[in-house]
Write a protein that binds this ligand. Sequence first.
Ligand code: 4AD
Ligand code: MG
Length: 480
Amino acid sequence: MQPLIREILALPPESQHITVRGWVRTKRELKNLVFVEVNDGSSFTGIQCTFDRGAGLPEETAKVLPAVSTGAAVEVRGKLVPSPASGQQVELAAADLVLVGEAPAETYPLQKKRHSLEFLREIAHLRPRTNTFGAVARLRSRLAFAVHEFFRSRGFQYVHTPIITASDAEGAGAMFQVTTLDLEALAKNGGTGKQPPAGQAGDRGQALIDYSQDFFGKRSCLTVSGQLEAETYALALSRVYTFGPTFRAEHSNTTRHLAEFWMIEPEMAFAHLEDNMALAEDFLKYLFTVTLEDCAEDLRFFDTHIEKGISAVLRSVAESRFVHMTYTDAVAELEKNAAAFEFKPYWGCDLQSEHEKFLTEKTVQGPVIVTDYPKEIKAFYMKMNNDGKTVRAMDVLVPRLGEIIGGSEREENLGRLEERMAALGMRPEDYTWYLDLRRYGTVPHAGFGLGFERLIQYITGMANIRDVIPYPRAVGQAEF
Ligand code: 4AD
Ligand code: MG
C-alpha cells in the first residue's frame, strides 16, 4: 500500500521520491509557482505540492494543471523536501500530476470559503471532505477504539446485545416498532395505523392488530438500551459492556437528541453506586486523556475554531475530582436561585437543561454527578433507597451539554422489583427472564450508559449533535 499523507508528513525530507494521492483542497498561483494542497483525510493537515513552471513541467501536467480545482482527485509525484513556508516541515517539490478521474464539475458544492454547518448538513455525503467533519470522523474513530481499550484493560467482556427487542428498558415508551405486517393492507381493512390511546399501553392495540401474524409473533421494537440483556451477562461474567446503536422515537427536536445514537453501557456484578460513579469518572478521564494525547492536531482545530479553550478544559477535568451531589441538595441549590430559571425547580421535578447548565456552569464549574433521584422520574429497575422515595440513580452532568451519562445501581431484590413494576403497570410476564436474575444468584450490580455522540459533542465543542455522527436521524430526517 502507498503511504498515507499522515505517514509522509512524518518522514525526514531527504529529496526522496514520493507519490501523494488525495483530493485537492486549494490551489494558489504565484508567478511561475503553483501550490496545490492535497489532503487524503489521514490527518488534519494535507501536504503542499509545489509546481515550478519555470523549471519546466511534463506536457501532460502542464495541460491538466489549469483544470485542477478543489475536490479533484490527484496523484502527484515529486521529491520530499524541507518546506520554506511556515507551519509545515515538509512539502513536495512536484514533478508531475495526474488527474484521477475527471476534474469536478463546476457544480461541486464545496469551495475554499467557509460553509455553514446547516448547509453542510444538506450535503452530508460530501461533508467528510471538510476540515471540521474530517476531524470529527477521526476523533470518533479513535475514541470508539479507546472505549474498547479502557474496558479490556479492566477485565470487562464485550457483549453484543440485540437490536430488536420486545422489552422497553427505559419505560419511556419512545420505541420504533419493527414489523413485517402489511400496514397498507391493514389500513384498507379498517385499521387506522394510529397509536392506540395512552391508557391501553399495557396491551398496545392488540385488540386492533393480531401480532401473532407478525414476524416475531409479538409486538417488537428497536432497542432503546442494551442494559437489560447486559445485566444477564454481568450476572455470569461479572464485568461486561455493550457498545451499539440505540433508537428512540422521542419528538424532542433539540441539539442533544438523535433518534439513532450509539451508547456504551458497562454493567458490573458485585458493585454499588459508589463503584459505578468511580468507573464513570475514570472512563471519562481516560477518554479525555486519549484525546489530548492522540488527537492533538484535530483537537487544536476545535480549540481554535469551535470551542475556545476546550483542550485546557479537558486537561483540567482529567486531573480533577468529580463533585458528587444528591438530587435533594441539587434542588435546594437551584431553589436558592429560582429567579434564574424559566422552569421553577421543586423537589420531584425532572431536572431541565437550564438546571443542569446552572449546576455545572455556575455551582460546580465542572462535571458533577447527581445521585438519588425521586423514583417517579427514573426507570423501574433502579435500586430503591431506604427512604422509599429515592432511587440509587446517578447522572453525570457536564457544562454546556448537561447529561452525558445516566446510570444506577439495580434493584436486585425480587420482591421490591416486582412491587415497583406493579406500581408502574408493567406486566411481569413480559419480564420473566429479567426477574429470573433476581431469583437465581442475585447480587448487587450497577451500570451506566454513555451517549457516544454526547461525548464527541463535549470533546469537540460542536453545538449540534447532528454534526458529530455521519448521517443523523431525527424527527423528519432520514436522508442518505
Ligand atoms: O439516561 P439513559 O436513558 O440511560 C439508559 O438508557 C440506561 N439504560 C443506561 C444504563 O444504565 N445502562 O441514556 C444514557 C445516555 C444519556 O446520558 C445520554 O448521554 C445518551 O444516553 N442519550 C442520548 N444521546 C443522544 N440522543 C438521545 N436521544 C439520547 N438519549 C439518551
Ligand atoms: Mg438519562
